[in-house]
Design a protein around this ligand. Structure first.
Ligand code: HEC
Length: 330
């Protein structure tokens, strides 16, 4: 063997060993076992990732020139999936590839890759999720899920990351719930009972550990359950499709109450409500709406205090509230 040939071969060998070590290590981080996780919801959790990151115009959209791949719907996504085995699924190989990464030069965050892997390993069913977060259509149907951005962040921003409490400036007791990264330091992934956040919201209401403290309202059972489910599932930074719907009649009981409960009652509840405004009942909300203050505040118009203070309601939620008013406060 010529000397330079030997040099080339040993260089390739070193490269191969290096690459294998890298691949093995890079897989380790994503090792949450699928069987320990509740059912992943295709329509709410998986589809939005494919739609927003792969099925964009000019890429793998319906009728697009995406080398025959279309990630805009379940049937066509399944052409790139081997149910039960992520490592054999073209879609998963592409998003974890070190050679031809997809999306090109723009790796999906680890949380999204985990969601896709778990979904494939759970059988890649077309599972759907109801407004209550209960998943149907898979082997583990009936389990609940909660997504950070949609279900958890609003609770934390309106109930905990309040100015003077656990916001980025004050961070009382060293706790700051204003961002995902900071919130993570208050939980033990997979273990709600061992998480500061969960312990505080489920402490005895008479104890001084109980959060949120008066005059703020205690979190609703739905909010506490969402936080439990979120921590239990690993405290991932997931986005979920919004189930917000503006068709048909918008009713207080089925559409509006849940928005107000999540975003407002922490401050506008029964204990000395902020600004003297109690938003616990349909009648109270109607009074504030008729005064013009509701839309002024939630649409963050000048002359009104922007509500909720820490973030804006989604366009769809604003639209629902407006429709509820226009349709006669049912
Ligand atoms: C973190 C606490 C907090 C949250 C959450 C919150 N508010 Fe307020 N809100 C206040 C305080 C404090 C005031 C009174 C002082 C002020 O106007 O800034 C107020 C005032 C208001 C006013 C009167 C505004 C004005 O300009 O006269 C309205 C209306 C209102 N809130 C509606 C809401 C609605 C609707 C939500 C949920 C979508 C909400 N608030 C969430 C703390 C909060």
């Amino acid at each position: 063997m010529k000397k330079n040939q030997f040099g080339f071969l040993s260089a390739m060998l070193i490269l191969a060993i290096g690459l294998t070590t890298f691949l093995v290590n890079s897989c380790k981080h994503e090792g949450i076992p699928a069987e320990q996780m509740p059912q992943i919801c295709f329509t709410g959790q998986v589809l939005p990732i494919f739609q927003n990151s792969c099925a964009t115009t000019g890429c793998h959209s319906a009728g697009g020139d995406g080398h025959g791949y279309d990630f805009s719907n379940y049937a066509s996504i399944m052409k790139a999936i081997t149910p039960g085995d992520a490592s054999k699924s073209k879609a998963y190989k592409a998003i974890t590839s070190t050679f031809q990464l997809m999306p090109p030069d723009n790796a999906l965050p680890i949380e999204k890759r985990i969601i896709i892997r778990l979904w494939i390993e759970q059988g890649a069913n077309e599972t759907t999720c109801g407004t209550d977060g209960v998943v149907t259509g898979g082997t583990k149907s009936g389990t609940s899920y909660a997504c950070y951005e949609r279900d958890i962040q609003p609770i934390l921003l309106s109930g905990c990351a309040i100015s003077g409490c656990h916001d980025a400036t004050t961070h009382k007791e060293g706790l700051d719930f204003s961002s995902y990264a900071k919130t993570l330091t208050t939980i033990s992934k997979g273990n709600p009972a061992g998480s500061k956040l969960y312990k505080a919201i489920t402490a005895s209401p008479s104890s001084e550990d109980f959060m949120p403290p008066k005059p703020y309202s205690a979190l609703s059972k739905t909010a506490i359950d969402s936080i439990y489910n979120w921590i239990k599932r690993g405290g991932l930074n997931e986005e979920c499709a919004s189930v917000c719907d503006t068709t048909g009649t918008i009713k207080y009981s089925s559409h509006i109450k849940s928005i107000i409960d999540l975003a407002c009652v922490s401050c506008h509840g029964e204990n000395s409500p902020s600004g003297g405004i109690n938003l616990l009942t349909a009648a109270n909300l109607q009074t504030v709406a008729k005064s013009g203050k509701l839309l002024g505040a939630i649409k963050r118009k000048t002359g009104y205090s922007a509500m909720p203070p820490a973030y804006a309601l989604s366009t769809c939620e604003l639209r629902q509230i407006e429709l509820w008013m226009n349709q006669g406060y049912n």
